[in-house]
Design a protein around this ligand. Structure first.
Ligand SMILES: [Zn+2]
Length: 113
């Protein structure tokens, strides 16, 4: 049976404004330091852990978190915050936006009509 490796899978992208970010999954951390996701504004890469120990809800919220980083970068708000201010802002709003939009999940995503 032919098994496709990760490199054979088509790349996934997230378009944010003028930039097309490559979306990648990273292998589980081995140093014990949780690193759920990251956004690289130079290579235009958004990466999120592929560690199966994390519930998909945590992964999805992490994707939203990284998308907000990219949105702030694209809109220049990135330059108005220190790294810590930006991280604090996103850690505050991302889980709340995620929770709010999930309340309409069935209506928005699981409705076949
Ligand atoms: Zn962050």
């Amino acid at each position: 049976m032919l098994k496709l490796s990760m490199t054979d899978e088509p790349k996934k992208y997230i378009q944010i404004g003028p930039f097309r970010y490559e979306f990648t999954r990273t292998p589980p951390e081995t140093d014990g330091e949780p690193d759920l996701g990251g956004t690289d504004f130079e290579s235009l890469t958004i990466s999120v852990t592929d560690d199966p120990k994390y519930n998909p809800q945590i992964i999805a919220e992490t994707v939203l978190h990284e998308i907000i980083h990219a949105v702030l970068y694209t809109t220049a708000y990135h330059a108005t915050f220190t790294d810590q201010e930006e991280e604090d802002l996103i850690r505050t709003i991302s889980p709340l936006i995620y929770q709010a939009i999930l309340q309409l999940k069935d209506e928005l995503f699981d409705n076949p009509s």
